[in-house]
Design a binder for this molecule. Structure first.
Ligand code: NI
Length: 170
């Protein structure tokens, strides 16, 4: 396992549409292991493969609270099968847009279909933080960042701030 560098805006790779995974094999599991390690090291609660420069439809996540044991989860080729009419607003952040947080409105509940770490087909309904996080991460698979849901002014400001911070850190 290895911690991989996380791409930040305005890296063009983050705008790529990720391609479906053909088989969940040991090579893919090694990628998911690296992604989990990278996410925990950041630290973050969700990460899409494209954020470490691999444009495949793979997401890792852990929504356990600090006082709970880790609950690593993997989503391969995830699809949303239905969305609630009811919407919910929650503050979001992103490891590719460090230190920027803003409110995004999304459907409050969604139905999910995906392959897990073992390659098994899973269908489940998501609400609360899981619903927010999976929609945020699935946006990444389509080249969309949470700041793309904000006004152009806020988006431009966020990108400028991340660019400046990266320059200062270099
Ligand atoms: Ni993100």
């Amino acid at each position: 396992m290895a911690v991989r560098p996380i791409l930040t805006v305005p890296n063009a790779v983050l705008k790529q549409v990720s391609t479906p995974v053909e088989t969940v094999d040991d090579e893919l599991r090694a990628l998911m292991d690296d992604m989990l390690e990278t996410m925990y090291a950041a630290p973050g609660i969700g990460l899409a493969a494209v954020q470490v420069g691999v444009p495949k439809r793979v997401i890792v996540m852990d929504l356990a609270r600090e006082d709970e044991p880790p609950q690593p989860r993997c989503f391969v080729n995830p699809e949303i099968t239905w969305r609630s009419d009811q919407m919910a607003v929650r503050e979001e952040g992103c490891l590719s847009v460090p230190d920027i947080y803003d409110e995004v409105e999304r459907p409050a509940e969604v139905g999910l279909r995906y392959l897990n770490y073992q390659g098994e087909l899973v269908e489940e309904d998501a609400e609360g933080l899981l619903a927010v996080c999976i929609q945020h991460e699935m946006d990444h698979l389509n080249g969309v960042l949470f700041i793309d849901h904000l006004s152009r002014l806020k988006r431009d400001r966020a990108v400028a701030k991340v660019k400046k911070a990266a320059k200062e850190a270099a």
